[in-house]
Design a protein around this ligand. Structure first.
Ligand SMILES: Cc1ncc(COP(=O)(O)O)c(C=O)c1O
Length: 392
């Protein structure tokens, strides 16, 4: 990986240290150009006409996404974000009273709220699989919780609030052994590590464009395994997802685009295709190696600072680094760093009630690295940190 060249192709690397890649990573010049060129084309010749002119490029995005996760192109739906992708899958599942949903401590807040809504409306029980001693989902505990009433295993691969990587492949083995639907929220993992849906054994996988994939905002996708397609009716249908075949009849599309709707962000879809192709070309193994090396190095530097506690759990960790500084408000630290042109974010317990709250954490600073970050930037952040906390 030629980091200098990759940085030259990333306008956001100039004059700012961007360590909020788990929020939204920096687009490359090429992705930016693809998006703006299409918007310019729309402005010049008309939106529908631009879509027709770019139809091949738009279609390429499905191939790129399919290649990225080891799927077929007809198993991919392009939607506006990861939450909508997840919702389109989840709310299509037919739950009945007494069904059980098994999930993880580190589950994303929106998913947890959706489970609780289903519990309220349909009387399902939502059960959190305990963590093992490392803080990742315990696969043994999961296995011990399975019975014939378990309808869904839904797990977040990498949580928004920590560097943990849940053991998605081992969870998939359990799901397959017992024939249980497996929905993986891969929003934070796609783009920073290799993802292979066949190896993971998930039926459904969701992700966003703007995070580790470096795509434009307002983009996301759903993978739905072919074996699941006929069994999963989308909660919403429109004239793109289905055909109105007669006055009283309609037919749902056979492919995963049944989860899409007609109007869509064409420029974003094209930009996402460019970003995904770039990630595949760089190689997800190489990306993961660089990202985890930077993140581990940042954790080491932080641990060496007085009063700093690093909170990342799990046996395998990724590019998200979370920490607190004794006696200092994480929001204040983030504000102070931003004033020095260093972007980090804060994860709060309100968004991670099953995870941060039991660990006695109200909030943590989140510094998330990408491959284009440098060791110099990590040094800058650590040097800036004592002054960020000094006036608190
Ligand atoms: C683990 C996880 N899942 C889902 C989402 C939601 O993604 P989006 O904002 O694209 O809907 C996020 C966003 O932070 C996330 O971290």
């Amino acid at each position: 990986m030629d980091i200098e060249e990759l940085r030259r192709d990333t306008p956001g690397c100039v004059g700012r240290t961007h360590l909020n890649n788990a929020g939204a990573a920096l687009m490359s010049r090429q992705t930016l150009k693809a998006v703006t060129s299409h918007l310019e084309l729309e402005a010049r010749i008309g939106g529908y006409e631009a879509a027709a002119a770019a139809s091949e490029t738009v279609e390429h995005t499905y191939d790129a996404l399919a290649r990225l996760v080891g799927a077929d192109r007809d198993e991919i739906a392009f939607v506006e974000n990861a939450t909508r992708a997840w919702d389109m899958a989840y709310y299509g599942l037919p739950f009945q009273e007494g069904d059980r949903i098994l999930t993880a401590r580190a589950e994303y807040a929106s998913n947890a709220i959706a489970f609780l809504q289903t519990a309220r409306k349909h009387g399902v029980s939502v059960e959190i699989v305990p963590d093992d001693e490392s803080g990742q989902l315990s696969v043994d505990a999961l296995r011990g919780m399975i019975d014939e009433r378990v309808r869904l295993i839904a797990v977040t691969h990498v949580p928004t609030q920590g560097g943990l990587v849940n053991p998605a492949v081992d969870i998939g083995r359990v799901a397959r052994e017992f024939g249980i639907t497996y929905l993986l929220d891969a929003c934070q993992s796609v783009g920073q590590m290799p993802i292979d849906v066949a190896e993971i054994g998930c039926d459904l996988l969701t992700a966003t464009g703007r995070k580790y994939l470096r795509g434009p905002r307002g983009t996301g996708f759903l993978y739905c395994a072919r074996s699941m397609l006929e069994r999963l009716e989308p909660p919403f249908l429109d004239l793109h997802a289905a055909t109105w075949t007669g006055p009283d009849s309609y037919e749902v599309r056979a492919d995963a685009r049944r989860f899409e709707n007609w109007e869509t962000y064409y420029a974003g879809k094209i930009g996402l295709g460019v970003a995904v192709s770039a990630a595949v070309e760089l190689g997800l193994d190489a990306i993961e190696q660089r990202v985890t090396e930077l993140a581990e190095s940042l954790r080491r530097r932080l641990r060496a600072l007085p009063g700093v506690l690093v909170h990342d759990q799990g046996q395998r960790r990724c590019g998200i680094v979370t920490f607190t500084v004794a006696g200092h408000d994480p929001h204040h630290i983030a504000d102070q760093l931003r004033a020095q042109r260093i972007n980090v974010s804060v994860s709060i317990a309100d968004y991670a009630r099953w995870d941060l709250e039991p660990r006695g954490l109200d909030a943590v600073v989140r510094a998330s690295v990408h491959y284009y970050n440098t060791h110099d930037e990590l040094d800058q952040m650590c040097i800036a940190l004592p002054s960020a906390t000094a006036h608190d």
